[in-house]
Write a protein that binds this ligand. Structure first.
Ligand code: HEC
Length: 104
């Protein structure tokens, strides 16, 4: 390996390090709750603040939100759309998205 080649390799490794480090830092900035709730925001608006005709879901008590999501999923609470959008989440995921939306 020539000296020039070694220098180029070192530079490439350094740049890769910066890219990887930058990637990890920005992934940590976006919480899992925010990522999960991004789906909800498509109907309920940014931060779940409501987007006509869909109700606001921001600021709700975490336990109430988890309960209502489970009720939608089991059809105990009737809904036009939420039955479908409440499916497939673990208890932890429901809690994380409820915590994110509560803070909005
Ligand atoms: C396709 C649009 C859509 C998506 C996506 C959606 N919702 Fe809804 N949401 C609605 C509608 C419409 C209602 C009113 C009930 C119904 O008819 O389904 C509602 C009602 C609710 C309610 C009850 C609010 C109240 O005051 O009674 C909660 C809580 C809620 N949604 C949370 C969520 C969460 C959390 C997500 C993300 C997992 C989500 N929604 C995704 C459309 C949506």
């Amino acid at each position: 390996m020539t000296l020039k080649r070694v220098a180029q390799t070192g530079l490439a490794a350094g740049l890769l390090g910066i890219l990887l480090f930058g990637g990890v830092a920005s992934a940590a900035d976006v919480s899992r709750g925010a990522l999960l709730a991004a789906h909800c925001e498509t109907c309920h608006g940014t931060g779940g603040k409501g987007a006509t005709p869909n109700p606001a879901v921001s600021g709700m008590d975490v336990a109430d939100m988890v309960d209502i999501m489970k009720a939608f999923a089991s059809k105990e609470e009737s809904s036009t759309m939420m039955y479908r959008h409440a499916q497939g989440y673990t208890d932890e995921e429901l809690k994380l998205m409820a915590e994110y939306l509560k803070g909005k």
